[in-house]
Design a protein around this ligand. Structure first.
Ligand SMILES: [Zn+2]
Ligand SMILES: [Zn+2]
Length: 131
């Protein structure tokens, strides 16, 4: 069976990832940790189950950001690339080669949303992680 594949890469190209099959969900996370780790106001995440994603070349470096969770980045160029739990291997939308293929369905952790960042879509908003 030919499943769709999505590739992703960091800014310098040292780390290349590949996800197979449809993503599980997409969301904009406004939590403080996403703000700090990216330097941005929020991170758009594309969620995959961990079996769906593999590293094609290079190597992710990790920061263990909270119990059971780690964040992946490229140690050469510093690109914010992934978020890992026991079940999931989430990718940042900005590293995807085909970012237009993914839509987010909600905003989460809006209690730490930066107030002058205006949300102009009609997606549901959750103060914390949501259901
Ligand atoms: Zn890199
Ligand atoms: Zn977050």
């Amino acid at each position: 069976m030919n499943e769709i594949k999505h590739s992703a890469r960091c800014m310098c190209g040292a780390v290349v990832l590949e996800a197979t099959g449809p993503h599980q969900s997409g969301e904009y996370c406004h939590c403080k940790w996403c703000q700090q780790s990216s330097g941005s106001a929020f991170i758009p995440w594309v969620s995959f189950r961990k079996e769906q994603v593999r590293v094609l070349s290079g190597e992710l470096s990790y920061y263990h950001s909270s119990p059971g969770c780690k964040r992946g980045y490229c140690r050469d160029c510093g690109s914010t690339m992934s978020f890992h739990t026991d079940e999931y291997f989430d990718l940042t939308l900005g590293i995807m080669d085909d970012p237009e293929s993914f839509r987010a369905s909600r905003h989460i952790w809006t209690k730490s949303r930066i107030s002058h960042v205006k949300l102009v879509d009609d997606l549901p908003e959750f103060k914390e992680s949501g259901p």
